[in-house]
Design a protein around this ligand. Structure first.
Ligand SMILES: [Zn+2]
Length: 169
């Protein structure tokens, strides 16, 4: 049984319990303190502290989750925009049929999509969601974000080729 310290009910000074004793006198005002009640009070206070602790940890987790979702939403939006841009770009290139202007427009779209994705990925990985911090290094997260974006863009190139093949038939 450890030492319990409680506040004197009369003057507020801290009263220490000696091993095995159930009563103590406050050193300052002489008020008698019963430790059975004190123990119960200390336990309740401890529990209350723990509950509060758990509550604040939970709310922090919720906040982190919300921020993570927000970050992912932003990233997915970036993927969507750049994929649509590269899809249009690849379609222009495929449909250009040797027309320089058409090719240039297509190339512009693809390059803009690529650059946009690189810049947006860098910006987003500078400020990662808090729950993600520590799981991946900054560089690792950047490579992952750009890597997925690149694969998605390759996918859109493939889809635009298929679209062309379907349109052509
Ligand atoms: Zn006292």
């Amino acid at each position: 049984m450890g030492i319990i310290e409680i506040q004197c009910p009369q003057c507020g000074a801290s009263v220490e319990r000696k091993e095995g004793s159930y009563f103590a006198k406050c050193r300052y005002c002489g008020c008698e303190v019963c430790f059975n009640e004190a123990k119960a009070e200390a336990e309740v206070a401890g529990l209350r502290g723990r509950v509060n602790d758990l509550g604040s940890r939970l709310s922090m987790e919720t906040r982190n989750n919300q921020q993570q979702k927000k970050w992912e939403k932003k990233r997915n939006l970036m993927y969507m925009i750049t994929c649509v841009m590269s899809f249009v770009g690849f379609l222009f290139v495929i449909l250009s049929d040797g027309d320089d202007d058409c090719m240039a427009i297509g190339a512009l779209f693809i390059i803009s999509a690529l650059m946009g994705q690189l810049i947006a990925s860098c910006l987003m990985c500078i400020a990662p969601p808090p729950s993600d911090v520590g799981r991946l290094s900054k560089l690792g997260r950047l490579f992952k974000t750009i890597g997925i974006g690149f694969i998605l863009m390759c996918g859109t190139a493939f889809i635009s080729a298929i679209t062309y093949a379907i349109l052509d038939n």
